[in-house]
Design a protein around this ligand. Sequence first.
Ligand SMILES: [Zn+2]
Length: 274
Amino acid sequence: MVWRNSFLDPQQPGGWAVLYSQQHFLADSNGVLFPRDWVKRQDLPIIGEQGIGHFGEDAVYLLQLKPSATLEGCSWQSLRQFMLQGEAETFRMLAYAAQIGTWFAEHRFCGSCGAPTRQLPGERAMRCDSCESQHYPRISPSMIVLVTRGDEILLARSPRFVTGVYSTLAGFVEPGESVEHCVAREVREEVGLEVKNLHYIGSQGWPFPHSLMLGFHAEYAGGDIVMQEDEIEDARWFRVDDLPPLPASRSIARHLIDLYVARRLGLPEPTLAV
Ligand SMILES: [Zn+2]
C-alpha cells in the first residue's frame, strides 16, 4: 500500500483515523488505523482534526488527542519506533501526520498577536482573524554531510546517540545562509576541518519534529580534528572496511555512509528510502 499526502476536508464523514499526540500514535495489534466514525463515538479528548491523504485507496484523517487519552486495547507508540521497526509506507504516513500535528499544536494561537486561530477551510493553514495573519506548516532545512578522505570517512558521536554508534555531521541551515555555506560552517564548528567538492546526494524529510535533511558528500580539504565541546564527544577517521556501529538503515545518514562505502569497494549502490 502506498501513502500519498493531500488535503482532505475534515467535514467529510468516513475514512480512517490515526490518533496522535506529541510524537506518539495509539496502536493496537491491527496497527495505527482506526475506523474514523467509530473513533469519534468513543469518549476521547480530541483537540483537532485534519484530512491528511490516502493510504492505498483509503482516506486518512489525523485526530489530535490530549496526551492523557486512552483507548482500550491500545498503547501509545513513538514515531521513532515506527521508523526503526515499522513498514516503510506506514512510517511515511505517520511522519507526515506527526508534522501536521506538530504544526497544528503550535499554531492554535497566533504568534504575532496571541489571539486564538482557526483552521482555514480548504487549505492547510491556521488563520488569525484578529491580525489577519496565516500560519502554514513549517519545514526546517538542515544539512547532513559525510566528510571523506580517500578510503577513510569522518564519523562522530554526539552524547545523545545510542552507545557506540557513530554518524555523519548535521546541522540546521541558518537564516540568510546557503546550504553549501551551512555544510562548511557546521563541519568547521563541530570538528575544525575544512571541506571541498561538495556533492549533493539526496534529501529526506525528518519528522523530529519538522526537518528536511539535505545530504552531501564532501571531501576533506585541510585541518586537524578539534571537537566542539558539548556537541561532539568523539570524532575520528574510519576506514571504509572497518566501521563502528552505524545509524538506523532507513536514515539518510546511513545512506550517505553506505553509498560511499559501496562506491569505494565496488559494491552495488544502495537506494535512499524517501
Ligand atoms: Zn494574530
